[in-house]
Write a protein that binds this ligand. Structure first.
Ligand code: NDP
Length: 450
């Protein structure tokens, strides 16, 4: 029976390799739960969870600065609304396809359930490359994208946010267009600016939440982040605020990357150097090698697309925080991390670690936290933004930060409690998958077959 569920799902979704990877991982952990709950099997809950409730694909035509008419493909995958409106980011990146968005939307179901807030799972985006585009081109693309997306979302239906390639600038253009089309000012997107409906801490939330989560993991062994050398990949939203929180707590971030390569700063990235990265990436939209030109102690290693491993993960350190993209740590990278003494890896990105790499890390005693638990702070704070928008209120920085810390602690403890209950003590992956699954499965049982 169990075998045939996975076979059926894969036969119906040929070629969707990232989606299959995400489904396999969850199934591995919830198979036992399905066997113990005949109702879940009777109502075919797992298979129904893997089929999006709705998938929207649409044309996004836009005019570039030279007057050429371009076309991209836009998507919104509305995966599961059993516990709340669809919620999940928009990704603008040339690699975006249905498989990637379905894996992200599927993971989002469990992540959102873990936050304890009433949010279903969704994800969307476009195969549009924002790199090298002018502000005007980005604006026209966002407006065209929203012209279609506006028909399918709403503040009680589906509330998108940012992801790779979609930051506060893009959310501004998207929100502006939605407002114009619908003639209403509602919290239909999160990650808005603070003067127009946004929540304090939302920009920081994923990175901050990741480091809070890692600190709770370390505390289980009476350990702290102080003095620990940390490998961080990426230099976007998640990476920047992960680095910031590491510094604030006395850790030493020594790397950052983008798709062109990575920098290694043996002296550590301090607050002043981080300010340079923020300016470089968020304002000038430059490349990470400029860091090594500004700070000579650092080295830049260009990305070698043909290489079988990423030398970033072959640097001696204590903790690892992948914050760039999916499948950025393979088996060879994991072996290098183990060889170099990494004690803990917590995922800031979604699914950055391949299944083989996860096995290698865990077999070698590296504490491992899956993104659906450790990076849930972003969507949790989006949930807090929704609550503030519904009530027309604004909470202070301290209030939101405290709520974020509490949510990350609850997720951490829920993972450990659930893992222990199902005979897998200390297994954050099993705990996250099982706890998230049960919450959504029970809501689907209550709603009946529809
Ligand atoms: P950003 O666009 O702000 O930054 C992404 C970073 O990753 C950039 O440095 C980018 O480099 C690098 N990157 C992206 N794609 C690739 C690639 N194919 N190869 C190498 N490097 C790459 O995105 P975010 O920081 O928001 O997102 C990072 C990760 O975190 C993603 O996996 C996302 O799904 C996940 N996440 C984000 C949340 C959020 O709140 N933003 C919430 C939860 C998870 P370059 O600029 O060269 O493209």
């Amino acid at each position: 029976m169990s075998q045939s569920i996975l076979e059926r799902i894969k036969a119906r979704t040929p070629g969707e390799t990232e989606f299959h990877q995400a489904v396999d991982e969850v199934f591995l952990n919830v198979e036992q739960v399905l066997k113990e709950n005949p109702k879940y099997e009777e109502l075919n809950i797992f298979e129904r969870m893997t089929e999006p409730e709705r998938t929207i694909m649409f044309q996004v035509p836009w005019v570039d600065d030279q007057g050429n008419v371009n076309v991209n493909r836009g998507y919104r995958v509305q995966m599961n609304s059993a516990i709340g409106p669809y919620k999940g980011g928009l990704r603008f990146h040339p690699t975006v396809n249905l498989s990637i968005l379905k894996f992200l939307a599927f993971e989002q179901i469990f992540k959102n359930a873990l936050t304890g807030l009433p949010m279903g799972g969704g994800k969307g985006g476009a195969d549009f490359d924002p790199k090298g585009k002018s502000d005007g081109e980005i604006m026209r693309f966002c407006q065209s994208f929203m012209q279609e997306l506006a028909k399918h979302i709403g503040h009680r239906t589906d509330v998108p946010a940012g992801d790779i390639g979609v930051g506060s600038r893009e959310i501004g253009y998207l929100f502006g267009m939605y407002k114009k089309i619908k003639n209403e000012f509602v919290g239909v997107l999160t990650g808005k600016g603070q003067g127009w409906g946004g929540s304090l801490i939302r920009p920081e939330a994923t990175g901050y939440g990741l480091i809070y989560f890692a600190m709770y993991m370390l505390a289980e062994d009476n350990d702290t982040i102080e003095g620990k050398r940390c490998l961080v990949s990426g230099s976007g939203n998640v990476a920047q605020y992960a680095i910031e929180k590491i510094i604030q707590n006395g850790g030493i971030p020594v790397t950052a990357s983008d798709s062109s390569g990575f920098i290694y700063d043996p002296d550590g990235i301090d607050a002043e150097k981080l300010a340079f990265i923020k300016e470089l990436k968020n304002v000038k939209r430059g490349r990470i090698h400029e860091y090594a030109e500004k700070f000579p102690a650092a080295t830049f290693t260009p990305r070698d697309k043909a290489a079988t491993h990423n030398p970033l993960w072959d640097i001696e350190a204590d903790l690892a925080f992948p914050c760039a993209t999916q499948n950025e740590i393979n088996g060879e990278d994991a072996r290098n991390l183990v060889k170099n003494g990494i004690k803990l890896l917590a995922e800031g990105a979604n699914m950055p670690t391949t299944p083989e790499a996860i096995d290698i890390l865990r077999e070698n005693g590296v504490k491992y936290a899956p993104g659906k638990a450790s990076n849930a702070g972003g969507v949790a704070t989006s949930g807090l933004e929704m609550v503030q928008n519904y009530g027309g209120i604004y909470w202070t920085f301290e209030q939101v930060d405290q709520k974020l810390k509490d949510i990350m602690k609850n997720i951490h403890d829920n993972c450990l409690r659930t893992a222990a209950k199902y005979g897998k003590p200390g297994d954050y992956m099993a705990g996250a998958n099982i706890a998230g699954f049960i919450k959504v499965a029970d809501a689907m049982v209550a709603a009946g077959v529809l």
